[in-house]
Design a protein around this ligand. Structure first.
Ligand code: PLP
Length: 430
């Protein structure tokens, strides 16, 4: 007889504390931060850590310029400004992303225009781009969401034909590869997040801007420090207090940079472990009806920042909506000790700021004199995004040091829950 669901009073499959947290911190990471705080002259460390992190990540990517900043959003904003986007210009973004992608566009008084995603990879659908391009479009901003590289060849092809820049949002894709090329090296410029949950992290907040283009890099460096280029830690010696244009205070943090430099040494091996965990979990979940696992097309070296599953009540002969079924499955899996949950609740264009075109207030930037368009943010334009948001949940556990034993326990919990659809339908959802 099947064992009673934990949500109905049975014993959970996973013991408390089974899932180890991310980031996985080693003694090497601890030493790196301790060495930073051990010195008398922190100014010297500021220079060493920022220049070191920039050089290490540039070497990792194989690009000429990396600028450490204080968030992924700041890195993306530097990319937008660096690429010469001006107030009133349009930038095409996917409707399914964290809203920081579009915020980085708005921060430059430019206008995000959204396109829907591909049904299998959840990344920007290149087939939708031509329909979204106007005479005001200046850039395309693909997002390698969940660590899944967007389909860059057709995106770059459309951009070239229309004279547009390509800005890669790599907040979730450090080390992911598209047809062998690292994400962040394919477009004109890229922004990476180093926030605590990310594949490469400072342990708190941070970001990295990257480009091969000297002019874009120079502009980004000016934006990062209030319009001046000054070596960190050498402000007194170098700063002239002459500012060359608009700038922000986006400088990164010395301790977080030490941590991220140390973590960078294990980025590829950590990503390999994530991939192995994710592949095993997909293999174990494949025979279980009612759930489908990520599809990774040929040529996409996914980095599994996130692992998602989709629920299919029809496979279990249940006449309930995917949304209702997902809610019940999440409740049941959570009670079994599996860390499941949702991420985005609505498409980015459904957010209030786009629905009201509120922006900075007074309708800016949509009512600004430099914007001559009238972009629509009707959510009905993004059916694939809406469908994804209705049916998916995230399994927060594929990162190291979690391993195959945990993946087996998680798969057992799915098996227990989905093999008892009638019991699932009895769970109190109030
Ligand atoms: C897709 C995407 N873009 C941009 C960002 C912004 O990065 P940050 O939070 O470091 O500003 C994030 C962060 O979660 C993200 O997931």
């Amino acid at each position: 007889m099947a064992s009673k669901l934990a949500a109905l009073g049975g014993d959970p499959i996973l013991a408390p504390g089974s899932v180890r947290p991310w980031p996985h911190i080693t003694d090497e990471d601890r030493r790196a931060v301790a060495e930073t705080v051990a010195v008398e002259d922190l100014g010297q460390k500021r220079q060493e850590n920022e220049e070191g992190l920039a050089a290490d990540f540039a070497a990792y990517l194989g690009v000429k310029h990396v600028v450490p900043v204080n968030s992924g959003t700041a890195a993306l904003h530097c990319a937008v400004g660096g690429c010469g986007i001006l107030p009133g210009d349009e930038v095409i973004c996917p409707a399914f992303t964290y809203w920081a992608t579009a915020a980085a566009v708005l921060h430059h008084n430019a206008i995000p225009v959204f396109v829907d995603i591909e049904p299998e990879t959840w990344t920007m659908d290149p087939a939708r781009l031509e329909g979204a391009i106007t005479e005001r479009t200046r850039a395309i901003m693909p997002v390698h969401i969940h660590g899944m590289p967007a389909d860059m060849d057709p995106i770059v092809d459309v951009a070239k034909r229309h004279g547009l820049k390509v800005i890669e949002d790599c907040a979730q894709s450090h080390g992911a590869r598209y047809k062998g090329r690292l994400t962040g090296t394919i477009g004109d410029a890229a922004g990476f997040s180093l926030q605590a949950s990310k594949l490469l992290t400072t342990g708190s907040y941070g970001g990295l801007f990257a480009t091969d283009d000297d002019a874009i890099a120079h502009h980004a460096r000016l934006m990062q420090y209030l319009g001046e280029v000054v070596t960190p830690g050498r402000e007194r010696a170098e700063q002239k207090y002459i500012h060359y244009g608009m700038g922000w205070m986006y400088r990164g943090d010395v301790f977080g940079q030490a941590f991220a430099r140390s973590q960078l040494k294990r980025l590829d091996s950590n990503n390999d472990l994530r991939r192995r965990n994710a592949d095993l979990l997909s293999e174990l979940l494949a025979p279980i009806p009612g759930v489908t696992t990520p599809v990774v097309p040929e040529g996409r070296g996914m980095a599994y920042y996130s692992y998602t599953v989709s629920f299919r009540p029809d496979q279990l002969g249940l006449d309930v909506s995917p949304e209702e079924f997902r809610g019940r499955a999440e409740r049941a899996l959570g009670a079994e000790g599996v860390p499941v949950g949702r991420w985005q609740a609505i498409p980015v264009p459904s957010q209030d700021i786009f629905q009201t075109k509120g922006g900075y207030g007074r309708g800016c930037p949509w009512d600004c004199k430099h914007y001559s368009g009238n972009v629509s943010y009707d959510p009905a334009q993004f059916p694939v995004t809406l469908e994804f948001l209705r049916s998916h949940t995230y399994v927060h556990a594929v990162w190291p040091p979690n391993g195959p034993e945990l993946m087996r326990q998680i798969a057992n919990a799915f098996e227990k829950v989905l093999r008892q659809p009638e019991a699932l339908m009895q769970i109190e959802m109030g």
